[in-house]
Design a protein around this ligand. Structure first.
Ligand code: 5GP
Length: 158
């Protein structure tokens, strides 16, 4: 009986984030911090994650649905919804720790030499789906999004 209850709870915990990913719902990058977002749960260790780096102010873990061979999410440990409140309210120590961590993790993941892309989505038009600031560190093969943007720009210029 106890085993079944634990199993149901585990399935529920895993299904929740998968459900939100599948729906692709975007969130506002502005407003009150939601303590129940998936990354807050990962920080509280209520949801498992494959952690690749941790420091006083930063946590980095593998994306659950990687779009590149290396796809790491780098987040501040503080409660920041997006780059808007992070840039406004974070301490200098938190900001420098996050920027320094990006370089450290790129080296640790062996993508420093081959190159990589760092992406941040903010709010609905940015395509943000989790309301806790995160940077996507993408590498291991060519990241083409920037190229597509330039093609789009050229098309609209003509
Ligand atoms: P966004 O669309 O907000 O820029 O990126 C959110 C990212 O979080 C997505 O790439 C998605 O795959 C990832 N993600 C969502 N839920 C979880 C989760 O529970 N665990 C992990 N490791 N990644 C998640």
């Amino acid at each position: 009986m106890l085993k079944s209850i634990i199993l149901c709870f585990a399935v529920f915990l895993i299904a929740q984030p998968l459900k939100s990913i599948a729906s692709g719902d975007t969130v506002s990058g502005w407003g009150q911090y939601d303590e129940n977002n998936v990354f807050a749960k990962i920080l509280r260790k209520e949801i498992p994650a494959t952690v690749v780096f941790e420091s006083e102010h930063v946590l980095a873990f593998e994306d659950i649905q990687p779009i590149k061979p290396v796809h790491i999410l780098v987040i501040p440990k503080g409660n920041y919804r997006s780059i808007l409140d992070f840039s406004e309210k974070a301490t200098d120590a938190e900001i420098s720790a996050l920027i320094r961590a990006l370089g450290t993790i790129a080296k640790k993941m062996n993508i420093a030499q081959s190159g990589f892309s760092i992406m941040n989505n903010s709010g609905h038009n940015g395509g943000q789906t989790v309301p806790h600031l995160h940077f996507h560190l993408l590498g291991g093969e060519k990241v083409a999004w920037e190229q597509s943007l330039r093609h789009k720009q050229r098309d609209t210029d003509n």
